[in-house]
Design a protein around this ligand. Structure first.
Ligand code: HEM
Length: 214
């Protein structure tokens, strides 16, 4: 199963790469720039637009993965921790721009709590968050307080990654080990494309205006 390490490394690399270009004065919007940086870190087997050569098992086609329920549960628990942390950061809004990202409809904490409860009722043991999960969440908290530009890059990566490749991964994994059950994690109230567009617009606006003085 995909480890959180595998998930966070491209996020961090994309954030760093984007941080270089965020201030380059190019006319591209933030989201377009982030997406193009992100696709350079995907392999062709992961996404059609991917440009990187696959070297690690998790970089190969998801169809070739051999997921387990235990591994998937670890992923869900760590994901909940990360999404809880994002909620906390935008609720506290250490920088005023973060408040723009409250109640976007993309939040995943409540749906993940339902999924985990459902697994628990079925007799599965829900693990504690892993050490990489805890480390990454702590890193997000610290970053959000001291480097808003970098934090916004992670915010984009987590939500947009989950709604793109994340959904595809969820479907493939459900087909292999969950009898095709669609988890709450992969259901949104309203139209996902519209929710994403609203957040895209806000990200472009906030990065255009706030980055000047943040
Ligand atoms: C490990 C297997 C992965 C697979 C199979 C995968 C697959 C995909 C696919 C199919 C897309 C859609 C590309 C398109 O729009 O044409 C995508 C986009 C994206 N992925 Fe991944 N991905 C993976 C890992 C990751 C990781 C580790 C991250 C970062 C944490 C990530 C972040 C993103 C982002 C930010 C987008 C762009 C979303 C957007 O702006 O529309 N992906 N991925």
């Amino acid at each position: 199963m995909l480890s959180l390490k595998a998930v966070t490394v491209p996020a961090t690399a994309a954030a760093a790469k984007s941080a270089e270009t965020c201030h380059s004065g190019e006319p591209k919007g933030f989201v377009e720039e982030m997406k193009s940086a992100t696709m350079k870190l995907h392999t062709k087997e992961q996404a059609k637009e991917g440009e990187k050569r696959a070297t690690q098992p998790e970089e190969r086609s998801v169809a070739k993965w051999e997921p387990t329920v235990e591994g998937f549960l670890r992923f869900l628990v760590d994901s909940k921790l990360v999404f809880d942390t994002l909620d906390k950061i935008v609720d506290n809004a250490a920088f005023p721009a973060y408040a723009e990202f409250r109640n976007t409809g993309l939040e995943r904490s409540v749906s993940l709590a339902k999924d985990l409860e459902c697994f628990r009722e079925q007799g599965h043991t829900i693990p504690e968050p892993s050490s990489p999960g805890l480390t990454y969440s702590q890193y997000l908290l610290e970053l959000s307080a001291k480097d808003p530009q970098a934090f916004i890059c992670h915010f984009y990566n987590i939500y947009f990654g989950h709604s793109a490749g994340g959904r595809m991964i969820g479907k493939k994994v459900a087909g292999k080990i969950l009898n095709n059950k669609v988890l709450e994690f992969y259901k949104w109230e309203g139209q996902l494309s519209q929710l994403l567009q609203n957040v895209r617009d806000k990200l472009n606006k906030v990065t255009e205006v706030s980055f000047l003085y943040l």
